[in-house]
Design a protein around this ligand. Structure first.
Ligand SMILES: NC(=O)C1=CN([C@@H]2O[C@H](COP(=O)(O)OP(=O)(O)OC[C@H]3O[C@@H](n4cnc5c(N)ncnc54)[C@H](OP(=O)(O)O)[C@@H]3O)[C@@H](O)[C@H]2O)[C@@H](O)CC1
Ligand SMILES: Nc1ncnc2c1ncn2[C@@H]1O[C@H](COP(=O)(O)OP(=O)(O)O)[C@@H](O)[C@H]1O
Ligand SMILES: [K+]
Length: 458
């Protein structure tokens, strides 16, 4: 599990550890990890030209000490101080002692920029002087210290000019901005330097392959199809019959004992999935709404009558007007969530964590907000982010496959939070496998799911 903590949690844990450590020891650990990551990024240190952007706080201190270490290994290190009177004194002395120099501004194009403008102490986007400096550096790759300067660390929002990093080196634990878009996109690859912090439960987590393997429903030796769970799909319509096929494809990957289908695409489903039972019957979970058109509201009523857990997708989300009486997983994309909350899509995209949490609270359900980094928010406040899945996955019908897959996990006995986060991880991993760096279609994602599960269980 990857864990991301809030600034307040990190500061408390750091204070507790610092009280037991020699002064400055944590910053030395952080700086050593940072210097190591810069060398790894460049592939060398000797002769490399490194430019440090140094702000007023300890984030700049990390950059200065790392710069001193790099200068000691033969790099040419220059530092631009954004607040010369407040730059970290010890770090500055170390840099100078190692042969590094303070310069008024960049004098030539460096090989790498180290962004130590601001870390967890930041407020709002970059201030004008810092913004101009960053903009002037053009395409030079940036290694960000702790967080890319200018992003909101606890929400993942971006509200002004910010650094776009190639690599972010963070300390002690991940921060929310490393997992939640749009800030996560500004981080590039994230490296964690362990500081040995003692941390409380994380604000946001991200499942890793081992976590997903441990949660996969695996049949008991004595299993039969009904003990493994039956998932029902109420999806597709005259206008969108293909959605029924894709939703069924996501449900019928073998993670449950049986799939039932009810809707307007019986013949098509039968032809493409002969193993699927067409017609109503007993199920452990229903998936409702993918491509459901105007019939989605009626389909939702019928599914609710069974009293089993639900996945609500697409048109069923539009039919939702009150908290549901059964455990449920809602799977909107940003546009659908915007309609559910009566806000603009751009507002959802700008504050994905805030809106996912708000919807989970308002509807009393687990809300899975689809996107580059999908978020799964529980009404109790827990949030998981899914960081696997290539941009090729942004293709019509991929959401239908996801809804079916999550439904099969619900029917197999996972709760909506686990079903959403495991389902979205498997969906992203299957997309990566199907894509292999190239284009894919939604059906390819469903077809790759058994392979992904097999690799996990191997
Ligand atoms: N604690 C520890 O044990 C360890 C901490 N570590 C490191 O310390 C970092 C936290 O350091 P921190 O608390 O000094 O805050 P920090 O992020 O440097 O920024 C504060 C200054 O930035 C300024 N500023 C604010 N907003 C701005 C903006 N938008 N644009 C531009 N400037 C802005 C603001 O200045 P002012 O308002 O005074 O002008 C303020 O003084 C943490 O991220 C990690 O790197 C590691 O060494 C591990 C051990
Ligand atoms: N940039 C991206 N990178 C990775 N995955 C993405 C990206 N954009 C969207 N996705 C994923 O692609 C899928 C698209 O689903 P959705 O928008 O519901 O499509 P549809 O409604 O056509 O089925 C979701 O699983 C979403 O998380
Ligand atoms: K930074």
């Amino acid at each position: 599990m990857r864990s991301a903590h809030t600034v307040e949690q990190v500061r408390a844990a750091e204070a507790e550890l610092m009280a037991r450590m020699p002064e400055g020891a944590l910053m030395q650990r952080a700086a050593a990890g940072l210097a190591y990551a810069v060398v790894e990024f460049l592939g060398r240190s000797y002769g490399a030209r490194v430019l440090l952007l140094v702000g007023a706080g300890n984030n700049g201190g990390d950059a200065l000490y790392a710069g001193a270490m790099l200068a000691g290994r033969g790099a040419g290190v220059e530092a631009v101080l954004l607040a010369p009177e407040h730059a970290h004194a010890g770090g500055l002395a170390a840099l100078r002692a190692a042969g590094g120099r303070v310069v008024p501004g960049p004098r030539s194009t460096p090989d790498v920029v180290v962004d130590g403008i601001v870390g967890i102490g930041g407020q709002g986007g970059l201030r004008p002087e810092a913004a101009a400096l960053v903009a002037g550096l053009g395409d030079v790759p940036v290694v960000a210290v702790d967080t890319p300067s200018g992003v909101d660390v606890d929400t993942g929002r971006i509200e002004g000019p910010h650094v776009q990093a190639a690599v972010t080196v963070t300390f002690g634990t991940h921060k929310v901005a490393h997992l939640v878009d749009p800030a996560a996109r500004a981080c590039g690859a994230v490296h964690l330097v362990d500081l040995g912090l003692d941390l409380p439960p994380a604000a946001v987590t991200a499942l890793q392959a081992g976590d997903v393997t441990a949660m996969l429903p695996v049949p008991e030796p004595t299993a039969h199809k009904y003990t493994r769970g039956v998932v029902g799909v109420r999806a597709g319509s005259q206008t969108y019959p293909g959605a029924a096929v894709l939703c069924v494809a996501g449900a019928a990957t073998g993670l449950v004992g049986m799939v039932r289908y009810v809707g307007g695409a019986d013949d098509l489903v039968h032809a493409t999935h002969p193993e699927v039972v067409v017609g109503a019957g007993q199920v452990q979970a229903w998936v409702v709404g993918s491509g459901g058109g105007e019939g989605a509201a009626a389909a939702l009523r019928e599914a609710l009558a069974d009293g089993v857990p639900l996945v609500l997708d697409a048109d069923a989300l539009a039919a939702l007007d009150a908290p549901l009486p059964v455990p449920a997983l809602l799977t909107p994309h940003a546009g659908e969530l915007a309609r559910m909350l009566d806000v603009d899509r751009t507002e959802v995209e700008a504050d994905q964590l805030g809106h996912a949490r708000k919807a989970a609270d308002r509807f009393g359900c687990v809300v899975l907000l689809k996107g580059r980094h999908t978020l799964v928010a529980h009404p109790d406040g827990r949030v998981r982010a899914t960081t696997v899945g290539p941009p090729w996955l942004a293709t019509a019908g991929a959401g239908d496959v996801l809804a079916g897959l999550c439904g099969s996990l619900l029917a197999a006995g996972l709760d909506p939070f686990d079903a959403g986060s495991v389902g979205s991880w498997l969906h992203g991993a299957a997309a990566a496998a199907a894509s292999a760096g190239g284009p894919l279609q939604a059906g390819d994602v469903a077809a790759a799911l058994p392979r992904v599960c097999r690799a996990l269980l191997a």
